[in-house]
Design a protein around this ligand. Structure first.
Ligand SMILES: Cc1cc2nc3c(=O)[nH]c(=O)nc-3n(C[C@H](O)[C@H](O)[C@H](O)COP(=O)(O)OP(=O)(O)OC[C@H]3O[C@@H](n4cnc5c(N)ncnc54)[C@H](O)[C@@H]3O)c2cc1C
Length: 427
């Protein structure tokens, strides 16, 4: 079937999956596309923790959708949040409008998983978005300043101690960066705190940090973190936190006012999509063409979809940038092929591997093909190359890039300013 009429595709979410879908469908005549996102910018989550620790500015890892779409004339942007879908009427209900679609592409990603514990959600610092990163930056910097004027050792240590939940790449990267900062910047710029630094704890429920990586990466990462002064607690869960203490499943209580949450993600359900369409962890079950099961004309790509027919990934593809990017590209190509009456191609995931950086000058990389483990300087160079490549492609901010590299290599970042909208001058 060759499309004779223009069809309207509505894409919910301009993250890795949504944006690569948009790139692929741009300029394809038979389609007009509306990109809907609750933010007016795309964000590069792998470097969010560098904003949280003051190494990068928010604008360095974000990009406005309207600028991105400037020359992509068959695509419009709508700032809004998806709240409900009516598959029968082909309607997407947003927080501020209702849009008719011919095809709906759901690419709204995932949210932090607090495993139903509202107290943890309320009190901890989430680490998922740029807004979270700014929240974390403010909280940690304010804790440091407060600690400088407190003389009670117990209170001081509570303010300076940070517990990180989740020993995946995000938790490991935050722990490493905080360890690095404690040994460099805090020593240099906070002379009041030299003798009382508090602790950095990394807590994970599985038997090792980076449990999805190779044993060598797990071992290298743990050794490096311990050298940076991070205390690793595995086979342990956080059961509660109230801003005063973290309680662990082994009965240990850690006195702290700072709990950073990087302990996994889940997906929020969409009203109107039948419950049979959802699989494990709230992900939408899709076929090999990313079509959501049991509803017509709705597709899902990225973190929010679950495709289990890939023999290499029977529990679904990992919730990482690469599957999201590749699914976005494949689906866009399939829409173009559909318009030309060509047969569609099923999604095939090309695993490129996983990596994590620990502190500012160590990394671990597990390449998929060839199956290879890297650590030390080669791993750091691979990590730097991939992220620098991204920063250049994202927006041509060479000056930013230069500043970042200098700050990164010297460990002397200067973005340690508390910018809090609550503190306006209202005299
Ligand atoms: C801190 C952090 C570090 C990470 N580091 C890495 C890494 O190093 N390597 C790696 O491969 N992966 C990493 N990941 C995972 C990776 O970011 C995700 O797998 C990837 O972003 C998934 O892409 P996506 O397009 O599905 O979702 P996202 O990229 O999360 O995009 C979802 C988009 O949907 C929008 N949205 C959400 N809900 C709605 C709604 N209701 N209405 C409208 N818009 C909505 C959001 O604003 C967002 O723009 C990291 C994740 C985090 C949180």
């Amino acid at each position: 079937m060759i499309l004779s009429q223009t069809k309207h595709i509505v894409v919910i979410g301009g993250g890795f999956a949504g944006l690569h879908f948009i790139r692929g469908i741009a300029g394809s005549k038979p389609y007009t596309v509306t990109l809907v996102d609750k933010n007016n910018y795309n964000q590069f989550t792998p470097l969010v923790y560098q904003v949280a620790t003051g190494f990068l500015e928010p604008s360095n890892i974000s990009y406005p959708f309207r600028k991105f779409l400037r020359k992509r004339t068959n695509i419009r942007f709508h700032l809004g949040e998806l709240v409900k879908v009516s598959p029968e009427e082909h309607l997407a209900y947003l927080s501020n409008a209702t849009i008719q679609y011919d095809y709906l592409v759901l690419a709204f990603g995932s949210v932090s998983n607090f495993f139903g514990n509202d107290k943890l959600r309320q009190h901890s610092i989430a680490m998922k978005t740029l807004t979270d990163a700014l929240g974390m930056r403010n909280t940690l910097l304010q804790s440091l300043e407060q600690a400088c004027s407190i003389h009670d050792e117990g209170l001081r240590s509570k303010l300076l101690t940070v517990v990180i939940a989740g020993g995946g790449p995000t938790g490991v990267e935050i722990a490493g960066m905080l360890g690095e900062m404690r040994n460099t910047i805090i020593q240099r710029d906070y002379p009041e705190l030299k003798d009382s630094m508090g602790g950095i704890y990394l807590v994970d429920g599985s038997k090792a940090v980076l449990s999805q990586m190779s044993l060598r990466s797990q071992k290298d990462a743990a050794e490096r973190l311990e050298k940076l002064g991070v205390k690793i607690l595995v086979n342990t869960f956080i059961t509660s936190f109230d801003h005063e203490e973290v309680v662990l499943s082994n009965g240990v209580h850690i006195q702290t006012s700072n709990l950073v949450w990087a302990a996994g993600v889940t997906c929020l359900p969409v009203e109107g999509i039948p419950s049979v369409s959802y699989g494990k962890n709230g992900r939408l079950i899709v076929d090999r063409y990313n079509k959501v099961c049991d509803v017509d004309d709705i597709y899902a790509i990225g973190d929010n979809c679950l495709e289990t027919s890939d023999a290499g990934f029977p529990n679904g593809h990992p919730q990482l940038a690469q599957p999201a990017i590749q699914q976005g590209k494949r689906l866009a190509d399939n829409f173009v092929m559909m318009a030309n009456g060509q047969p569609l191609k099923p999604f095939l995931y090309h695993d490129k591997g996983v990596m994590a950086v620990i502190g500012k000058n160590r990394a671990v990389v597990d390449l998929a093909k060839p199956r290879l483990h890297l650590n030390g300087v080669p791993a750091l160079l691979v990590w730097l190359f991939i992220h620098i490549n991204f920063l250049i492609a994202y927006d041509n901010k060479l000056k930013t890039l230069f500043n970042w590299i200098v700050a990164y290599l010297t460990g002397d970042q200067s973005l340690r300013v508390v910018i809090d909208s609550k503190h306006t001058d209202d005299r």
